[in-house]
Design a protein around this ligand. Structure first.
Ligand code: NDP
Length: 514
C-alpha cells in the first residue's frame, strides 16, 4: 500500500519493495476464454505459442477456466495433439503438464468448408460448457497468409465473430505478419477481415513490440525527466536501429524468396522500433493514444526517391562463409532457393522524419540474415561537444556520447561518455554506465509471445498494429519495392556479402561512419 511504501521510503528502503511476479505478468484479471489456433500443426504453434502458453500457465497468468483448441487439416486425435505440444516443451519444467494438458483439444478441419466451421462452433460450445469459459473466444491465425481472409470470412459466416451485446462474451481475431505484401494487398486483406470483425476485435501481432526492452524504450523516455529534453535534432546527430541475426533462411525459403528482407523485417519490426524511438509522448499510456503517436511518425516519413532509391538504400545477399565457427552455404545454395535468386537478405535504409523534432536527423535502419551475430539494438548518437578545448593536448578526437538500448541478445541500457585517464598527461577514455535487465530483476521476464497472448486475452491492443499504421508503412516502402521488382534495378542494387561478416562492404563503411 501507499502507506507501507511511504514508510519504507522514510526508512530509506524503497528499493527493496517487491512486486509479486504474478502481478507483473498479468496486471489485470484475465477472463475465462477459449483460444482456437488455426495452423496448430505448424512451426509457429510448436516453436512459439506452445511454450508461451505453458509458461503463462506455470506463472498462473492464464485464467482458471480456459480451453486451447488446435485446428488444422491434418488428422490427429486430442492425445496426439497433446503429445505434439508436450514434445514442443522439451527442456521445460513439466511437473504441471498433466493439469495443463487437460485443457488441450484438437479438431481436424477443412478450412474451405462452412460445415467445418459450424462443427467448430458446436465443439466450442461443448468445451465452453465443460470448462466454464463462457463464449469468450480468440481465433489465432497461424496459417499461411493466403488463408487469412477466407478463414476470417468463414468464422463470420458461422456466427463466430459475433459478440454478446451486453459485453458478457467477446470474440477476437489474431493475425500474424505479413499483413499483405504491398499497400494494395494489405488494403484488400483489411477489407476481408472487416467484413465480419470490427477493428477493436482484430489483433495484428508484432512480437518485436511485445519485447520487454522495446516497451522499456517508452518507459525510459517518458518516465525519466533527464533524457527527453535531449531527444531531438538539437542534441542528437543520428540514430542507428539494428536487428540482425546469424541464422540463415532455415526452413522458410519458400516464404523468404517472396518476401526478402524489406517485407520480412522493414515493413513491420524495423518500423515499430523506429516508432518507439521517434514518437512524441502520448497524453496517457493507453492503446489508442500510443498508436496515434506511431501513426504520426509514419505519416512524417520523408518519401524515398522513387527513381533512385540507392541514395537511401543498400541491399545485399549472403554468400558462403563461416558463422560462429561453422561453414555455411550461401543464400543461393540454400534448399528451396532459386540458384539465380535476387532476393535481398540484407538491407540498410536511411530514413528521415520530417517533423519539428527530427528534421534532418538520419535514422539508419539495418537488418539482415547470416551476419556476424544476433543483435538488436537502438543507438542514439549525440552531437559532439560544441568547442574542443582539449584539442591541443589530445592526440585523438573526443568520442561523442552515445546511448545504447540493447534488445537482443542482452536486454540492457548503456550510456557511453568520456573520462580522464589517470596520469599527468590529459588523456581521455570512453567508459559506459551499464544497466542490464537480467542482472537487476528477479523473477520471470515475459517472452514477447507470452506478453502478446496475455494482452490479447485482456483486450489490450497497445502492442498490436493498427491498420492505418500498416498502410502508411506499406505506402512508404511500396516505391522501393516496385523499383526492386525490376530485376535489372535489383541486380544493380544487390551487393554480395560473406556469411558471418557485418554485411556488404559499403554497409561496413556506412556502419563505421555512424
Ligand atoms: P507452417 O507452414 O509451419 O504451418 C502452417 C499451418 O497451417 C500448418 O499447421 C498447416 O497444417 C496449416 N494450414 C492450414 N491451411 C493451410 C494451407 N492452405 N496451406 C498450408 N498449410 C495450411 O507456418 P508457420 O507456423 O511458420 O506460420 C504460420 C503463420 O505465421 C504464417 O502466416 C507466417 O507468416 C506467420 N509467422 C510465422 C512465424 C514463425 O516463426 N514461424 C513468425 C511470424 C509470423 P495442416 O497442413 O495440417 O492444415
Amino acid at each position: 500500500s501507499l502507506d507501507t511504501y511511504v514508510d519504507l521510503m522514510v526508512k530509506g528502503q524503497a528499493a527493496d519493495v517487491k512486486i509479486s511476479p504474478r502481478a507483473c505478468v498479468a496486471d489485470r484479471p484475465v477472463e475465462p476464454c477459449s483460444l482456437v489456433i488455426f495452423g496448430a500443426s505448424g512451426d509457429l504453434t510448436t516453436r512459439k505459442l506452445a511454450p508461451s502458453l505453458y509458461n503463462l500457465y506455470l506463472s498462473e497468468a492464464l485464467p482458471e477456466s480456459f480451453v486451447i483448441l488446435g485446428a488444422a487439416r491434418s488428422e490427429m486425435s486430442h492425445e496426439q495433439f497433446q503429445g505434439m505440444i508436450k514434445h514442443a516443451l522439451e527442456g521445460m519444467d513439466l511437473t504441471r503438464w498433466d493439469e495443463f494438458a487437460s485443457h488441450l483439444y484438437y479438431k481436424q478441419m477443412d478450412l474451405r468448408s462452412i460445415d467445418s466451421f459450424h462443427e467448430l462452433s458446436s465443439t466450442l460450445e461443448k468445451l465452453e460448457g465443460k470448462h466454464g469459459t463462457r463464449a469468450n473466444r480468440i481465433f489465432y491465425l497461424a496459417i499461411p497468409p493466403s488463408a487469412y481472409g477466407s478463414v476470417a470470412a468463414m468464422l463470420g459466416k458461422a456466427g463466430l465473430s459475433g459478440e454478446a451485446g451486453d459485453g458478457s462474451a467477446w470474440s477476437r481475431l489474431v493475425v500474424e505478419k505479413p499483413f499483405g505484401h504491398d499497400l494494395k494487398s494489405a488494403q484488400e486483406l483489411d477489407r476481408q477481415l472487416h467484413e465480419y470483425f470490427n477493428e477493436y476485435q482484430i489483433f495484428r501481432i508484432d512480437h518485436y513490440l511485445a519485447k520487454e526492452t522495446v516497451q522499456n524504450v517508452l518507459i525510459f523516455r517518458f518516465a525519466n525527466a533527464i533524457f527527453e529534453p535531449l531527444w531531438n535534432r538539437m542534441f542528437i546527430d543520428r540514430v542507428r536501429i539494428t536487428a540482425v541475426e546469424s541464422l540463415g533462411v532455415e526452413k522458410r525459403a519458400a516464404y523468404y524468396e517472396e518476401a526478402g528482407v524489406l517485407r520480412d523485417m522493414f515493413q513491420n519490426h524495423m518500423m515499430q522500433l523506429l516508432a518507439v524511438t521517434a514518437m512524441e509522448p502520448p497524453a496517457v499510456f493507453e492503446a489508442e493514444p500510443v498508436r496515434d503517436e506511431h501513426v504520426k511518425v509514419f505519416r512524417s516519413l520523408r518519401p524515398i526517391e522513387r527513381d533512385d532509391p540507392s541514395k537511401n538504400l543498400l541491399l545485399g545477399q549472403y554468400g558462403p562463409g563461416v558463422v560462429e565457427g561453422k561453414r555455411v552455404p550461401g543464400y543461393r545454395e540454400e534448399p528451396g532457393v532459386k540458384p539465380d535468386s535476387f532476393t535481398p537478405t540484407f538491407g540498410m535504409l536511411k530514413v528521415f522524419i520530417d517533423n519539428w523534432r527530427w528534421q534532418d536527423v538520419p535514422f539508419y535502419l539495418t537488418s539482415g540474415k547470416r551476419l556476424a551475430k544476433k543483435l538488436t539494438e537502438i543507438v542514439i548518437y549525440f552531437k559532439n561537444v560544441p568547442h574542443l578545448l582539449f584539442q591541443k593536448v589530445l592526440d585523438e578526437d573526443i568520442i561523442a556520447n552515445f546511448l545504447t538500448l540493447g534488445i537482443q541478445p542482452e536486454e540492457k541500457i548503456n550510456l557511453t561518455f568520456e573520462t580522464k585517464y589517470p596520469g599527468a598527461k590529459v588523456c581521455l577514455r570512453s567508459v559506459t554506465m551499464d544497466f542490464n535487465y537480467q542482472q537487476n530483476y528477479e523473477g520471470p521476464i515475459l517472452d514477447a509471445y507470452e506478453k502478446a497472448l496475455i494482452d490479447c486475452m485482456q483486450g489490450d491492443q497497445m502492442l498490436f498494429w493498427r491498420q492505418d499504421s500498416v498502410e502508411l508503412c506499406w505506402a512508404f516502402l511500396d516505391p522501393v519495392l516496385q523499383h526492386c521488382a525490376d530485376c535489372d534495378n535489383l541486380s544493380r542494387l544487390l551487393l554480395p556479402y560473406e556469411a558471418g561478416s557485418w554485411g556488404p562492404d559499403a554497409a561496413q563503411v556506412r556502419i563505421a561512419r555512424t
